[in-house]
Structure formats: C-alpha cells, structure tokens
Design a protein around this ligand. Structure first.
Ligand code: XIL
Length: 361
C-alpha cells in the first residue's frame, strides 16, 4: 500500500518545528504589510482624507494592511498653497501623524504637476500678471515651503509628476512654456536642498510599457543623473485597464529594469486595474492577474522599493468619476463593502509564495 504523502504549506512566520499535541500554533499575520515586510517591500495605499475622518473601517484597514501611505490629494498645490504665499498643511499633517501612529512611511505626492493647481496661479500665468521670472520664484518658494515643512517625515517625494506626453514629447505645461525644460532639474535640486534625506522620484503613467513615452522617461532620468541632479527613483503609476490587455510578469519586470539599470530605484505608486463595468467573475480573475504581475515584477527587482495602490476599496475610487466612456470602475482590491476580491487574494499569494526575504535599496 502506498504511503500517503502529506504536503504541508509553510505559512510565513509559522514555526518550522513539529507541533506536538497541545502546542499552540503562532497566529500568523497575513496582512499585505506583513507579507510585504518579508521581502523588505513596503505596501501602500493612497488615502482619501474625508474617508479617513468619517469611516472607521476605512481607517482600521489602512492601519492593518499597509506600511506606507500617500495622500490622494492633500499635498497637491491647490490644497497646500490655496492663495499666493499662504500655506495650509493641516490636512497633510493629519495624514503624517496617522502614519507615525501606525508605523507607516509616507510618500509625498506631489510638488510639481500641471493639474490641481490653484486658479490664482493658472489665471496669473494666463493673463500675464505672473511673469516667467516670477513663476520661477513661486515654484522655488513652493517647493522649499512644502518639502521644508515635511522635512525628515517623507520617505519618497514625487517631485515631478506626469511631465511627458504619450507620444514621448515633453508635456506642454505652464512650467515648460515659461521656464523651459530645465524646470525639472531645478525642482529636484530645490527639493533636495529642502529635505536632503527624502528619496526624490519622477512619477508618471504608462511608462511601465515600452514605447515612446517609456523611452523618453528612461532618457530623461539618465540625463538628470548624468548632470548630477539629485534624483533617486522613478514612480510607475500602474493605472492599468483590462480592456487594454495585460503583459506578462517577465515583460513588466524587464521594463522596470530599464529604469533600475540607470542606477535609480523604482516604485509602483498608483496601482489600480479598472474595467468596463459591470464586473463579472471573468473580469475579477483577469484583474487579479493584473495585480499579480505588478507585484511579481516588483519582487523580481531588488531596487523596487514599494507597491502603492491608488485606493484599496471600490467605495472611494477615483475611477468611476474619471473614466466614463465606457463607464469603468471596480478597480481596487476590495469591493464597496470591504469584501476581498480575487485581486486581494492574488496579492497575498504572490507575496506569501515568493522566495525571500530580499534586502531592497
Ligand atoms: C487623482 C485623485 O485620485 C482624484 O481624487 C483627483 O480628483 C484627481 O487626481 N495621477 C496622479 C494622481 O498622479 O494624483 C491622480 O489622483 C490620478 C492620476
């Protein structure tokens, strides 16, 4: 008679020894943050401050599941400097305090972008009352004020956000128009002076796939490095959509390597996997695959420091409000009722089964 073979699965943190009768197995923390820590990988989420204040479940799950947080909106220019030279850090301070209480690191997002700018700034540039020289001073002062206020409290700063078009040309923003392409190097230098210990990132979307935008991003950060500009990493936003198809994990890992080969770190900064609604079992499985390849690509690269999702519950997602043709959504790990979707289980499985731990830097 063949002997029965008992396959046992070693849960992370569980004792490798035999459990005798009456022994208590150690409770194993299967949260994303605990599983990520085994790989020295921080797992993060964007945080909606209104939800954090009003929704206990939302708050508790962030504390439990994540080791890094990003303010979804409250470190953007329109919130931080709502009128010229007057700064409001109150909402962002709340998040920094929440993170400290929960042993989480903070990704600062973002010092320089073309969206969510205050109207005093955009109107001033448009009507000529803010000259190019003045705009340069305003930008410098803003970066010094914001990065200086949070000095020592930010792990990674998205210094410049979304400066490249999909066709690989530089985005035609007020910054490029008035200050010329050197504004990017200036922003990094100022941020570094204001907070010398923060890791400084260039952050963009669709640069995780090869093509003109990816090539320009690689060339941009290479040239910044060559000029001695203080840049430390590239943020890959990771806003995926099922309708566009998904690459496989090795392809994605190879694309990340194009950035780390320049000597920089990388991070997934805004991952979500949207779909044309309604959701169904097939789409949920495909979505799980989307989160899974993102996690695998990161684990395969020791210079991938963190994986942040852009919200973790469909209850507060930005997707339905922004992607309406066709209506899209259901992009997050948990549904509107905080129930885990296959995507959440897939993330845990990838983090639990990958070999490690790896030291990341
Ligand atoms: C989005 C927020 O999620 C929304 O709440 C806000 O209305 C618009 O901005 N890329 C980025 C993020 O870098 O800052 C954006 O966040 C999503 C796309």
């Amino acid at each position: 008679m063949a002997a029965a073979v008992l396959l046992t699965f070693q849960l992370p943190g569980a004792s490798a020894g035999q459990l005798g009768r009456g022994d208590q197995a150690q409770p194993v923390d299967q949260s994303l943050r605990a599983l990520g820590n085994r790989h020295d990988l921080r797992i993060g989420t964007a945080v909606d401050m209104a939800a954090l204040a009003s929704d206990t479940t939302y708050r508790e799950r962030i504390a439990k599941e994540f080791s890094t947080v990003t303010p979804e909106n409250v470190m953007k220019w329109e919130t931080i400097e709502p009128s010229p030279g007057s700064f409001d850090f109150s909402a962002a301070d709340q998040l920094v305090n929440f993170a400290r209480q929960n042993g989480q690191q903070v990704r600062g997002h973002t010092l320089l972008w073309h969206n969510q700018l205050p109207t005093w700034l955009t109107d001033g540039v448009a009507n000529g009352s803010i000259t190019a020289d003045r705009l340069r001073t305003i930008l410098r002062d803003h970066i010094f004020a914001e990065a200086g206020h949070f000095r020592g409290k930010i792990w990674q700063w998205d210094v410049v956000n979304e400066a490249i078009n999909d066709d690989g040309t530089m985005r035609d923003t007020i910054w490029l128009q008035k200050l010329g392409p050197g504004y990017i190097a200036d922003a990094f230098r100022w941020a570094h002076q204001a907070d010398p210990h923060a890791l400084l990132f260039y952050n963009d979307y669709n640069i995780e796939f090869t093509g003109a935008k990816h090539d320009t991003a690689v060339a941009l950060v290479k040239s910044l490095k060559a000029q001695g500009v203080p840049i430390h990493g590239v943020g890959l936003q990771g806003h995926l959509g099922l309708q566009y198809g998904l690459p496989d994990a090795p392809t994605l890992a190879a694309n990340l390597k194009h950035f780390t080969d320049t000597g920089l770190a990388v991070a997934w900064t805004e991952v979500d996997v949207r779909m044309p609604l309604p959701n169904d079992v097939y789409k949920s499985q495909a979505q799980a695959q989307g989160y899974s390849i993102v996690a695998q690509a990161c684990l395969l690269n020791p210079r991938c420091l963190s994986l942040t999702v852009w919200g973790y519950t469909d209850k507060y997602s930005w997707i339905p409000g922004w992607f309406t043709d066709p209506p899209q959504g259901a992009a997050n790990l948990l549904d509107e009722n905080y129930q885990a979707k296959p995507a959440y289980q897939a993330m845990r499985t990838v983090l639990a089964l990958s070999t490690g731990p790896h030291k990341r830097s």
